[in-house]
Design a protein around this ligand. Structure first.
Ligand code: SOE
Length: 379
């Protein structure tokens, strides 16, 4: 049986997931057969070009019509477009993979979670960094007790694409469209990854503190669209989200977490790191060296660099021999393999909309902590 996939969104995430779908037959032959069936977007010309390049057999400017034609629906649109189409698809019994964060607001995320619970089909939140072999290896070490009792987790997500005050305005900078800025766009990944790695050891989050900061309050909209590079400025639009955030997390076990993200860290392009410290050891992961994991075990004097590319390591046997490293795009192939396998087998997929909602609860609590200038209970 071939799964006809409909995809809303054909820019960055549309490309990443379309590439992943195209890779499956060659590298994951036991994955379900998939047709890139319908690509959904508003600009018919750009949509037709993307459909051609990404291998879709149909296009649609109306997501409601598309949902009736497909077996699976990917919502890869901007955050403010996540709720309505995803809920409509789930209400029609169509499984959904939705990009992160689940929604701009907790209320919308809750409605999406509830629709998924009622629909009883896989509903996934696309936290792709869970599908890095080194992260899976790290989770195994933690669950095997190699680090002992977990005491601290530290996550940072540093980018620099807004350091230039003339960088163009974008939907990610608007609270109504995005919800929050670096917090929801980048912090959501790190908070989910921390839960994936240590959630089973430290219990839930008890309370959070938070600080959000906007450095540049308005940005140019350039006449030539994507703009930048000195084009004619059409207008200036307000930035209504954070450019950077920091947060502290107190877990139920007594463990603590510190998290931050920014779009102003010059010199850092997509620098997502996570570090875990336990009573018997530590580990460090960096997305910019995603094939490696730094591990320190009890008695070691320093970290050992483990190249996580052995054929016994998660997903690696689908690709190349040891040492033939993989990249950022491969995390989407792994994620798509797991999601579509869950759809075909009627299984469960993690991270689900329930997990997406739990991350949204943390985002919402961190915003409230910032507004109040005090710790906020999450329990
Ligand atoms: C932001 O620039 C961004 O594209 C995020 O939205 C993605 O989730 C992250 O994986 C890369 O950076």
């Amino acid at each position: 049986m071939t799964l006809d996939v409909g995809v809303l969104g054909y820019r960055f995430m549309g490309k990443a997931h379309s590439n992943a779908l195209a890779r499956l037959p060659m590298f994951f032959p036991d994955a379900p057969d998939v047709e890139r069936h319908t690509l959904v977007g508003r600009d018919e010309s750009a949509l037709a070009d993307a459909a051609e390049r990404f291998g879709f057999s149909h296009t649609a400017t109306d997501w409601e019509a598309a949902i009736d034609e497909v077996d699976v629906f990917y919502n890869l649109g901007p955050n403010h477009v996540h709720a309505e189409p995803s809920i409509a698809a789930l209400d029609a019994g169509v499984p959904v993979l939705c990009e992160k964060p689940l929604a701009p607001t907790l209320d919308e995320a809750e409605a999406m979670r509830d629709a998924a619970a009622d629909a009883d089909v896989p509903a996934g939140t696309a936290f792709n960094y869970r599908f890095v072999p080194a992260i899976r290896y790290a989770k195994g070490l933690i669950e095997d007790g190699e680090l002992g009792e977990i005491r601290q987790v530290r996550g940072r997500y540093l980018q620099d694409w807004l350091a230039d005050p003339d960088a163009p305005w974008a939907w990610r900078l608007d609270a109504d469209m995005a919800g929050s800025g670096a917090l929801g766009d980048l912090g959501a990944h790190t908070l989910d990854l921390a839960d994936f790695l240590v959630g089973g050891e430290v219990g839930g989050v008890d309370r959070v503190s938070g600080h959000l900061q906007t450095f540049v309050d308005e940005r140019p909209v350039y006449a030539d669209g994507d703009g930048g590079g000195g084009g004619e400025v059409e207008e200036y639009r307000d930035v209504t989200v954070d450019d950077a955030y920091t947060a502290q997390v107190a877990y139920e076990s007594g463990a603590i977490g510190s998290f931050e993200a920014t779009r102003f860290a010059e010199g850092h392009k997509n620098d997502h790191t996570i570090e875990v410290h336990g009573s018997k050891g530590s580990l460090k992961f960096s997305l910019e060296r995603l094939n490696e994991l730094e591990v320190l075990r009890e008695g070691d004097r320093g970290y050992q660099t483990v190249l996580v590319t052995d054929e016994t390591d998660p997903y690696v046997d689908h690709w190349w021999p040891p040492g033939h490293v993989i990249g950022w795009e491969h995390t989407f192939v792994h994620e798509n393999y797991e999601f579509l396998s869950a759809v075909a087998e009627g299984g469960a997929f993690e991270p689900s909309f329930e997990q997406g909602y739990e991350v949204q609860r943390l985002l919402d609590a961190i915003v409230r902590a910032d507004e109040r200038g005090e710790w906020v209970s999450v329990a």
